[in-house]
Design a protein around this ligand. Structure first.
Ligand code: ATP
Ligand code: MG
Length: 290
């Protein structure tokens, strides 16, 4: 994963999020996020991986302006998220769909009201439009339209995850942030959600940030992978670069899934190609990446 600088002929993708020198800890003795730097490019799918408790969910919340960093800044399309006034924050959140870890559906609200929440809060859409959109979103995630009338307690875990995705896409966002979208699901549901993420990328042409422990999802869905290790992003690269990387933290993290990953034919092909020209990554790694 050598430092890949785009050549002058390569078109630079626009920057969507820029994380600069982010620091956050809840206990002064234990730094959690410590000088994290990362760029998310417009149109890419970035998988964010790291050990449990390494600060991935905290990082997403900081990016969304739901949590303050101790130091550093997050820029969204060039604007500092933590300096935005409420209308600017609302505007950003309209553009960014967020699939929370553990669904975070409102238990007291029906599926319709969960999915339609953003439209109700932020638009003047009529009840009929909201119902229509909610049903369309359900269909998109592979659930029947009649399920709008159910409550979260009446759904299975995988169905709740899918309603979480339906809620995130209801406002037709250009950016999707998924926090562990496949956690706790059976292999069939994991595949269904991973395919859904890939389909959303294609059909909405969305930029996606996926926090996941599931290496198959990370390696098949992402253009780039970023490993949050000891509070920083020292390792950022393409799936092929990650699959064959020899830095200890990378190897340790993906060891359990390595065989399965290295059998993915497109990764083998990309690895072969990258041997010939390691600079030909589609999207350049962020500054400071190895
Ligand atoms: N609001 C908070 N107050 C105090 N500590 C917090 C808070 N939010 C998170 N933490 C702590 O920060 C650390 C990182 O939490 P975070 O949820 O970001 O981990 P994670 O990388 O998402 O883990 P997982 O993969 O298990 O979801 C944890 O030790 C957690 O207890
Ligand atoms: Mg988490």
């Amino acid at each position: 994963m050598g430092q890949t600088r785009p050549s002058s002929t390569m078109q630079m993708p626009a920057t969507l999020f820029e994380l600069r020198g982010l620091c956050k800890s809840f206990d002064p003795q234990v730094p959690l996020i410590a000088d994290a730097n990362l760029t998310v490019y417009e149109g890419e799918t970035l998988a964010l991986i790291g050990e449990s408790g390494s600060g991935k969910s905290v990082l997403l919340k900081i990016m969304m302006g739901l949590m303050e960093p101790d130091e550093g800044e997050v820029l969204f399309r060039g604007k500092n998220v933590h300096m935005m006034d409420q209308p600017a924050l609302d505007d950003m959140r309209r553009q960014v769909g967020y699939v929370f870890q553990n669904d975070a559906l409102f238990d007291s609200m029906s599926v319709l009201d969960n999915i339609g929440y953003g439209m109700r809060e932020h638009t003047k859409a009529s009840d009929e439009d909201i119902l229509e959109r909610a049903q369309d979103c359900l269909e998109f995630v592979g659930l029947e339209r009649w399920r709008v009338k159910l409550y979260p307690a009446e759904l299975s875990g995988g169905q709740r995850k899918r309603v979480g995705v339906a809620r995130a896409i209801a406002m037709r966002p250009k950016v999707l942030m998924y926090d562990e979208p496949t956690q706790g699901l059976d292999p069939q549901s994991i595949t269904r959600i991973a395919n859904l993420i890939i389909r959303l990328q294609k059909e909405l042409n969305a930029t996606s940030v996926i926090v996941t422990h599931d290496m198959r999802t990370a390696f098949t869905a992402a253009d780039r992978i970023a490993l949050l290790h000891e509070g920083r992003f020292e390792y950022v690269g393409s799936p092929a670069q990650f699959a064959y990387h020899d830095a200890e933290p990378v190897k340790e993290f993906i060891a359990d899934a390595l065989e399965e990953i290295q059998e993915l034919p497109f990764l083998q092909a990309a690895h072969q190609a990258s041997r010939e020209d390691v600079t030909q990554t589609q999207i350049p790694p962020s500054p400071g990446a190895v």
